[in-house]
Design a binder for this molecule. Structure first.
Ligand code: ADP
Length: 297
């Protein structure tokens, strides 16, 4: 089973001609409200592929929270880990202009109240989880408690997104640490050169047992410990329509396949097919494929 510990947000999206400057008001198109947040996205992506998945997350007792609970239920995510109340559901207020550039304000809301105590209270979920996957849209203390709650033999996957300081204790538990180019740069501070193939070893030096760097259309670079050279895993060629949530789908698929016992590079090749499928359709959760919708590897 896969346990995702993470965020759940409502994405409030408004199309505009031009994003407003300071003190400015602009009129936009109709509001669209989508279920999102990296934790919920991961859980939905995995469940849609057929993974037995639970999500430990917190939403508010409000319409946005009910939207998220509905979306998770529809995808087949076990709702046992969903906590309700304490603050409004997290939202991301997103304006997208005609050239596709966006400005985003996130109000973490209930995600900021997902506490270490909630992780401790969810102890039973950890016993059943072969893999536990998380991201950085929840308090870092909650991520630390997640690592401390891992059952013997279960594997920990961290998507270090959005970029934030990660305690050494958390880095040491990662198997793998999953980052895109931007997040890799943030963790390395000043990476040597522009070639991500040279970043795998400096990232491993931060402590994780393995590292996966996602590289968009180019696929992913996989470094399974220090024993051998990093391996490039290509992504299937697809017509990209909207890359929102591709990294979440990739990480979820990777974590699930690792839980099934696949080697890291094999799981990453599967995850690249899932990430590629996710960019062929608009939206985050709405774009996630079922097994039958995956492109050939
Ligand atoms: P993020 O969404 O976190 O920025 P990436 O852009 O690296 O992460 O995408 C994650 C994965 O999704 C990639 O490793 C790749 O497998 C797949 N992917 C993303 N963009 C494309 C694309 N244009 N064509 C094919 N696959 C893609």
């Amino acid at each position: 089973d896969l346990l995702v510990v993470g965020s759940a947000n409502a994405d409030l999206v408004i199309g505009v001609e031009r994003r407003p400057g300071p003190g400015e008001t602009v009129l936009g198109g109709d509001l669209a409200v989508h279920p999102g947040g990296k934790g919920a996205n991961q859980a939905v992506a995995a469940a849609r592929l057929g993974a037995r998945t639970a999500l430990l997350a917190r939403v508010g007792d409000d319409d946005h929270g009910r939207l998220l609970l509905g979306s998770l239920r529809a995808a087949g995510v076990d709702p046992v880990g969903m906590l309700v109340g304490g603050a409004p559901t997290g939202v991301a207020v997103i304006t997208v202009d005609r050239s596709g550039d966006n400005s985003i304000v996130v109000s973490p809301g209930a995600n900021a109240r997902l506490a270490a105590a909630d992780v401790r209270a969810a102890g039973g979920l950890f016993g059943a989880a072969r893999v536990v996957s998380t991201q950085l849209e929840i308090p870092v203390g909650t991520v630390v408690e997640t690592v401390r709650s891992l059952a013997p033999g279960s594997r920990f996957v961290l998507n270090a997104s959005p970029p934030a300081e990660v305690p050494a204790e958390v880095l040491a538990a990662c198997d793998p640490l999953v980052v895109n180019e931007h997040e890799a740069r943030a963790l390395l501070g000043d990476p040597a050169g522009d070639d991500p193939r040279r970043w795998a070893w400096p990232l491993l030096a931060l402590g994780p047992r393995s590292v996966v760097i996602t590289l968009g259309a180019a696929g992913a670079l996989v470094a399974d410990g220090l024993s051998g050279p990093p391996v490039m895993v290509p992504s299937p060629r697809v017509e990209a329509v909207d890359t929102t949530g591709a990294g979440d789908a990739f990480t979820a698929a990777l974590a699930w396949r690792l839980g099934l016992g696949e080697p890291l590079a094999t799981a990453a090749a599967y995850a690249a097919r899932v990430g590629a499928a996710a960019v062929t359709r608009k939206g985050a959760q709405a774009s996630y494929p079922t097994e039958g919708e995956l492109p050939a590897g």
